[in-house]
Ligand binder design. Sequence first.
Ligand SMILES: Cc1cc2nc3c(=O)[nH]c(=O)nc-3n(C[C@H](O)[C@H](O)[C@H](O)COP(=O)(O)OP(=O)(O)OC[C@H]3O[C@@H](n4cnc5c(N)ncnc54)[C@H](O)[C@@H]3O)c2cc1C
Length: 461
Amino acid sequence: MAANKTPRTKMPEQDPLKRTSNFLEVALGYAVEDAKKEAIRCIDCKNPRCVQACPVSVKIPEFIKQIMNDDMDGAFDTIYEDNILPSICGRVCPQESQCEGACVLGIKGEPVSIGALERFVGDYGMEKNLADTSVDEEKPQKVAVVGSGPAGLANAASLRRRGYQVTVFEALHEYGGVLTYGIPEFRLPKEIVNKEIDNLKEMGVTFVKNAIIGKSITIEQLKEDGFEAIFVGSGAGLPSSLGIPGENYNGVYFANEFLTRVNLMRSNTFPSHATPIKVGGTVAVVGGGNVAMDAARTAKRIGAKDVMIIYRRDKDSLPARLEEIHHAEEEGIEMNLLYNPVEIYGADYEVKAVRCERMKLGEKDASGRRRPLPTGEYKTFDIDSIIIAIGQKPNPIIKQNTMGLDTHEWGGIITDEKHMTSLDGVFAGGDAVTGAATVILAMGTGKDAAGSMDEYLRNKA
Ligand SMILES: Cc1cc2nc3c(=O)[nH]c(=O)nc-3n(C[C@H](O)[C@H](O)[C@H](O)COP(=O)(O)OP(=O)(O)OC[C@H]3O[C@@H](n4cnc5c(N)ncnc54)[C@H](O)[C@@H]3O)c2cc1C
């Protein structure tokens, strides 16, 4: 295969020095000419591996060809058939390990910037209001969706398109799940999330907020209320702790809480908004995934002088998207790699320092990454706050209040190959089943489960 020597078309970005003092979007998106220039790089493979690598099977070469031919409306329709959140996925999908990771151009050169093209088309369609919100013939059956994150939204849209009467129940006072309360504004503006959700409202999906299924309404009650099938997409919002001394000092945050305070409660504007947050001086963020990078970059934006990542493996093992790591480094986030916190020190109830053990890498573990091993050498970092971002598990509320719902020991809901749980008519998907994963994987399971739920409801009728 011949290498495509044309370099990828770069997306303009906000200057790193300026952007650390604002929450405006960092990546600014392609102009039409950029999109066309990038689209021409696609060689339209006979066997497009990019489509196979996309969890919702977007017809990538088709929409790229439409961009090339200046048919932007067509490109939007093509994407929207398979992906109801194109502006979101174009911004946050880990393309390097999905569509772009499979692009043949990447073998000898740079893959096509599929994510940037998807974002361009998604934003174009949003501006022109092109989303097809039509639905098939109305069906009387009622379906409940628990959670308004990407899994729930994809499930709700797929079922509503088939004509079912769909209601989404959300525990919080805003919709979107992690897209709204987790991923910061400078990566994913909330206006984009709200507009994509508005399309579902226009389709006729009903949204109910402040409804905690398993607490305010049980699964049993949903069934009694006539919901004939239920999809649980309640995510993985329960943070894991380090389990080391000192985690109770003031100034120790879990990343979820920290990001929710800023994204949802606007703590950075306290006292205009009621929920305060205290971050100044030096902040350590423990972890190496997207959540850690988001927390670190947010801390910098709300006034921390110095921000460091503490991660127990090396740079190549960082699970965050490459773009996030690159942006974090550009913004001056210091990477303290191969360190593992063993104790948080404090005085007068406040965090003062974190003691870390130096690690080295051993053989590969079950995750396929080299296992971090202790060396017996230690270093103490003086800090003023510490944010823990080492992973999340599914919240146990639904399990605790639903008789007969089987879960794994770690909390994930057990489903069969049709995404049905141990309860008849109750399906599940997204992070609630897989544990913390990605937006597009959550959407993929939500969409697949909708197919199974349709089959279930047809057989029932
Ligand atoms: C800070 C952060 C950054 C991330 N960055 C990326 C990224 O860049 N790219 C990427 O692909 N992935 C990223 N992820 C992961 C991705 O966001 C998740 O994998 C994805 O959102 C999972 O979707 P979901 O619908 O399963 O769950 P969620 O998005 O968690 O949504 C679940 C929803 O269910 C609601 N809920 C929970 N319990 C109940 C209940 N009992 N009753 C009613 N509602 C309930 C919750 O309030 C929430 O709104 C990130 C995650 C975080 C936390």
